[in-house]
Ligand binder design. Structure first.
Ligand SMILES: *Cc1c(COP(=O)(O)O)cnc(C)c1O
Length: 369
């Protein structure tokens, strides 16, 4: 059996008519940048998410940068973020001119450890950029309270947590703004780069929209200098088409995670993901911690199963942060980078395939015993 890490082709096959039609319409209307399809997706996403403003932009990295720039974060400021994430969350802090400060993650949910955050706050701290990694939200209530009590912004990186929730409220609706990526492999993915900002703050929404479009809401009427980070029409139309299926796909991911847990639960060398109480984990990734992780990954590959690591280096271990390393003590993130393994996860994965992956993992440890 061959099991890829994700299979976007299968998903396309299942909704081929919707996608082909969406693309045909955009081309027929020459609505390539901005325009009705972008407006429609923004309003579709706003409705489904229950948020006032959705600002489409070029990708889920720009969306973080735009939010922070428009909140006035810049040189001399510090922003606290998780040590275990994709580099976008820290590189965009640097891009504003501010300094990323890495906080460790916890060893159960692998998300920003709220007990380690408060000690990092000082008079330069302007925001906490939380990352809801793998599809699971951080302890967002505690983090929001910390932000409120210090008068700093809470910004949410939701690139891996579309429709994840805590106490019935979606990721991205807890702080001043949420940032989404629609990179093809994300739970809601375009057919190229795409992203958006969500917020209930009118003024911030307006500023973000302005900045993402050369500082102009109306052509040639530049109010400020901005950047070019627009959602294109093809991606917007594809996203609107796919948005109709997101609930189904998320349910399938949750079901698959249940199967993995059922089939792997008796393997002592494997630690399964924990789901936070009162929360919905949308399993962008299904991440286990495994003894002899690298050997296991090689063995899976030999047997046709493509596993992956998110991420092989915690952010403070990456070259660009060499100078910061001594000041950033993140033992849990350092430990996780050696043990975590992401197993194949996509809505179309079949029960027999999940069983096959689990059987390979079991036979690996039996053969090593
Ligand atoms: C994917 C991702 C991003 C960036 O998204 P792009 O659209 O690829 O720029 C940011 N943060 C996290 C946590 C991500 O997983």
């Amino acid at each position: 059996m061959k099991i890829p890490f994700v299979n976007l082709g299968l998903q396309y096959e299942s909704i081929k008519n919707d996608i082909d039609q969406a693309i045909t319409h955009v081309i027929a209307d020459s609505a390539f940048v901005g325009g009705n399809y972008v407006k429609k997706f923004e309003s579709d996403f706003a409705d489904k998410y229950g948020v006032k403003h959705v600002v489409g932009c070029g990708n889920g990295t720009d969306s973080l940068y735009i939010i922070m720039r428009m909140l006035g974060i810049g040189p001399g400021d510090e922003v606290i973020t998780a040590a275990n994430s994709w580099i976008s969350s820290s590189e965009t802090i640097s891009e504003t001119g501010a300094q990323p400060i890495f906080a460790d993650v916890d060893s159960v949910y692998y998300s920003l450890d709220e007990s380690r955050v408060e000690e990092l706050i000082n008079e330069r701290t302007k925001a906490i950029l939380v990352v809801h990694l793998q599809g699971q939200m951080c302890d967002i209530e505690k983090l929001r309270d910390i932000c409120d009590s210090h008068g700093i912004y809470l910004i949410e990186d939701c690139a891996q947590s579309h429709f994840s929730s805590f106490k019935g409220r979606y990721a991205g609706l807890w702080g001043v703004a949420g940032s989404f990526s629609f990179y093809p492999g994300k739970n809601l993915g375009a057919y190229g780069d795409a992203g958006c900002i969500i917020t209930n703050n009118d003024e911030l929404a307006r500023k973000c929209r302005l900045f993402a479009n050369h500082g102009a809401l109306t052509k040639h009427q530049h109010e400020i200098e901005g950047i070019n980070s627009r959602l294109d029409g093809l991606q917007a139309a594809i996203l609107s088409a796919k948005l109709r299926y997101i609930k189904e796909w998320t349910a399938a991911r949750i079901n698959i995670s249940g199967l993995y847990c059922k089939f792997l639960v008796d393997i002592p060398e494997v630690i399964l993901p924990s789901v936070r109480n009162q929360s919905v984990h949308t399993f962008h990734l299904f991440v286990i911690r495994a003894k002899r992780r690298n050997d296991l990954m090689g063995y899976l590959k030999l047997k046709g199963v493509e596993a992956s690591i998110h991420y092989p280096s915690a952010l403070p271990s990456l070259l660009p942060y060499k100078e910061l390393r001594d000041n950033n003590k993140t033992p849990v993130a350092d430990m996780l980078q050696e043990e975590i393994l992401s197993l194949p996860m996509f809505p179309e994965l079949k029960e027999q395939e999940v069983r096959y992956v689990a059987d390979i993992i079991r036979s690996f440890y039996l053969s090593q015993a």
